[in-house]
Design a binder for this molecule. Structure first.
Ligand SMILES: *[C@@H]1O[C@H](CO)[C@@H](O)[C@H](O)[C@H]1NC(C)=O
Ligand SMILES: *[C@@H]1O[C@H](CO)[C@@H](O)[C@H](O)[C@H]1NC(C)=O
Length: 154
């Protein structure tokens, strides 16, 4: 009986972990099943890019361009006391040194809701860059979910 309770508890914790996908620009690697709550492709917890390697699948953009980034809160983790947020960052390499381009607070919108944010690509020279989105949830404690897109600046 004790083991059963532990198993149930662990199961509930796993289900409660939030999820986030980046729909546009499309995230690295696969992006499937996201119309259902709790999709595996929206559950990447390893920073800075969800543990997914750099791809050759570039999204081509221009320096100084305005871009609407569309994220999906695949599994809601909102808390009224400590709402959390979504951030968008950009850099020549993933990880430290990326510049934050924008941030929007999490809201009480239900799972599968979309969050759109306008950002401006910095004035950078042409080449390869990474755009990173992070869902920072504070419920029940700080948990981070990562997605990256590979960008080619013309
Ligand atoms: C990008 O957005 C900024 C802020 O909204 C605006 O001032 C600027 O004119 C826009 N740039 C282009 C190229 O549309
Ligand atoms: C993004 O910018 C466009 C053009 O200025 C505007 O129409 C749109 O409402 C903005 N979207 C968001 C999510 O702020």
């Amino acid at each position: 009986m004790f083991t059963l309770k532990v198993a149930l508890f662990v199961g509930i914790v796993a289900v409660c972990a939030a999820h986030m996908c980046m729909l546009s620009p499309a995230q690295r690697g696969s992006l499937v099943g996201f119309n259902k709550v709790g999709a595996a492709d929206c559950y990447l917890k390893t920073g800075p890019c969800g543990g997914r390697p750099k791809s050759e699948n570039y999204v081509t953009l221009k320096a100084m361009q305005n871009l609407t980034v569309v994220l999906q809160k695949n599994l809601d983790h909102y808390s009224t006391t400590d709402p959390g947020q979504f951030t968008i960052s950009f850099g020549a390499t993933e990880g430290s040194g990326m510049k934050m381009l924008g941030m929007i607070p999490d809201t009480s919108e239900q799972s599968l809701s979309l969050y759109a944010m306008n950002v401006t690509i910095p004035s950078v020279s042409s080449g390869q860059y990474v755009l990173q989105s992070v869902y920072i949830t504070n419920n029940p404690k700080t948990l981070l979910f990562y997605e990256c897109a590979d960008i080619m600046i013309m």
